[in-house]
Write a protein that binds this ligand. Structure first.
Ligand code: PEP
Length: 272
């Protein structure tokens, strides 16, 4: 597969390594998607809690399916591991069969929610407008947001990556303050495909996203973490985390095994 390379995007404001260290703790989240029953959730977390005990310089979140949220929250009680939902609906309550409100996920012990995942955009027709309403609803209820954006392969190959990211940020975050928002850059072509973005591709996209956030939030944007998602594994996490503007990871497949996810949260800092 041949990728068209964008002209190198360099961050005008030049965020420094020092910024990354002082302002942004790494944030690494597991997205289990439609995997794991309640017993499987408990079994995973029993093992993972022990493995993660000494990982004190990273924020960790696990996003199981709705049905396992309460069991997961119970399993991580007294640890630093946070629980996230994979979606919410934007209304508070009412006749919306099958939907789950922000208050309901809080009730289950969640502190975070993933919004705008490409699988929701692709299979459930979620538009930027719907995603914007969901982000607003989460924030109004004090739920931290993992806001997902990313281009498809066709969009990358036709040189539209930055246009897509710009649009998704502008529409998804319209009239929304930047606090409590983690942006997940997830190139659709890298999700579940085993094809990871090269560190240089991730860095370039993250630098661009950072600039767009600065347009919205000014210098406060330096506090927003931008995490990478797309076939992150124990083998590639160290080189991705070495990128200046990569503040963490959203991990699908490799988060389903406790040892593998533990290795990812314990990424090794590579000196450049
Ligand atoms: C994801 O679902 O957010 C994801 C990045 O999946 P994977 O790690 O399996 O590519």
């Amino acid at each position: 597969m041949v990728f068209i390379h964008h002209k190198h995007y360099s961050n005008k404001f030049l965020s420094s390594k020092k910024d990354k260290i002082t302002l942004r703790r790494p944030f690494i989240a597991a997205n289990w998607k439609m995997n794991k029953t309640i017993p499987e959730t408990r079994e995973f977390l029993k093992e993972f809690v022990l493995l993660a005990e000494d990982a004190t310089d990273v924020d960790i979140a696990v996003a199981p399916p709705f049905t396992s949220l309460s069991a997961a929250a119970e399993s991580v009680k007294g640890t630093n591991i946070k629980i996230a939902a994979q979606d919410i609906f934007y209304e508070e309550k009412g006749a919306f069969t099958g939907e789950i409100s922000p208050a309901m996920i809080l009730d289950c012990g969640c502190s975070h929610v993933i919004i705008g995942h490409s699988e929701r955009r692709q299979y459930f027709n979620e538009t930027d407008e719907v995603i914007n309403k969901k982000v607003k609803a989460a924030k109004n209820n004090g739920v931290g947001v993992i806001f997902c954006i990313g281009e498809s392969l066709a969009e990358r190959e036709s040189g539209k990556t930055f246009d897509v990211l710009k649009m998704e940020i502008e529409k998804g975050l319209e009239n929304i303050g930047g606090d409590n928002i983690v942006v997940a850059y997830e190139p659709v072509w890298a999700i579940g495909t085993g094809r990871t973005a090269a560190p240089s591709q991730a860095q370039e996209a993250h630098a661009y996203i950072k600039d767009r956030l600065r347009v919205l939030y000014g210098n406060k944007a330096d506090e927003n973490r931008i995490i990478y998602g797309g076939s992150v594994t124990p083998e590639n996490v160290d080189s991705l985390m070495a990128c200046e503007d990569v503040d963490g990871a959203l991990v699908g497949g490799a988060s389903l095994n406790a040892e593998s996810f533990a290795r990812i949260i314990k990424f090794k800092k590579i000196k450049k």
